[in-house]
Write a new protein. Structure first.
Length: 265
């Protein structure tokens, strides 16, 4: 079966090592990968069960939105197994125009990280982005949860989901990186997807499995958060947790098709 890693970060070669180490410092985590370059990603998944990757990067400044989207689009064009999500920033002057341009380049979703972008997830500047995404049927992957910040608190996502009921959302990291149990209180009964990236290292196998079933296997997505973690190691660990073949097929393939709104073969 196809296996889709829905949460992969990539960077241009000239900044890939610096960007990767910067992410590691932000989370105080020793990164599995030395760099987040495309060649490192290709090396990481070569010959493995992982067949497709949703690739993205985060714009920490408004002026980097366009260059990031150009880079992601070039890599998607050059890789049949890549699907690209565009970057956006709360202070970008004309998000509607850039979203239209990025869609024209072949990008099929949006990635936001409120904590590194230092903005409340439900800030009015981002609410206009969600409105555009909903109208354009663009799925959104958004970093959720961090015990150190309030920007991406899951209660903010709950508000967004209610205000934009047709917005297709992947609430990354079980909806609450480092606060997954708190996220369950806010998001258990919502309609968003969840990826399990950057979670197993702290949750352990039993709690990971419990959270999957608490949310439902019809909502879960496989993601590695490369270069934070090695995709193959994450997939092997996740697929060893005792899920049925049908459940793994949903979480690693069919749910990604529903999230992305496309058939994957």
């Amino acid at each position: 079966m196809p296996v889709v890693d829905v949460h992969v970060h990539i960077y241009p070669d000239k900044i890939s090592e610096k960007a990767t180490q910067s992410v590691g410092r932000f989370y105080s985590i020793e990164m599995d990968a030395q760099d987040g370059s495309v060649s490192k990603l290709e090396e990481s998944i070569a010959g493995s069960d992982i067949t497709h990757c949703v690739v993205c990067s985060v714009a920490v400044k408004p002026q980097t939105v366009g260059p990031i989207n150009d880079f992601i689009a070039r890599e998607v064009e050059g890789h049949d197994n890549f699907m690209g999500f565009m970057a956006m920033h709360q202070d970008f002057d004309d998000p509607a125009a850039e979203i239209e341009r990025a869609m024209g380049l072949g990008l099929c979703g949006i990635k936001l990280h409120p904590d590194t972008q230092a903005v409340d997830m439900d800030d009015p500047r981002l609410m206009r982005v969600y409105d555009i995404a909903q109208a354009c049927h663009l799925p959104l992957t958004i970093h959720c949860g961090d015990y150190r910040y309030d920007y991406s608190h899951p209660r903010r996502l709950k508000r967004i989901l209610h205000e934009f009921p047709d917005l297709v959302v992947n609430a990354a990291h079980f909806g609450g990186w480092s606060i997954q149990d708190l996220a369950l209180e806010f998001l258990e009964d919502e309609g968003c997807f969840m990826d399990m990236s950057s979670s197993m290292f702290s949750l352990g196998p039993r709690r990971t499995r419990e959270l999957v079933y608490a949310y439902g296997t019809d909502r879960m997505l496989f993601g590695s958060d490369f270069p934070m973690w090695e995709p193959v190691a994450e997939y092997e660990q996740f697929s060893s947790l005792g899920f049925t073949d049908a459940e793994l097929e949903d979480m690693c393939w069919h749910n990604a098709e529903r999230f992305l709104g496309r058939t994957i073969r």
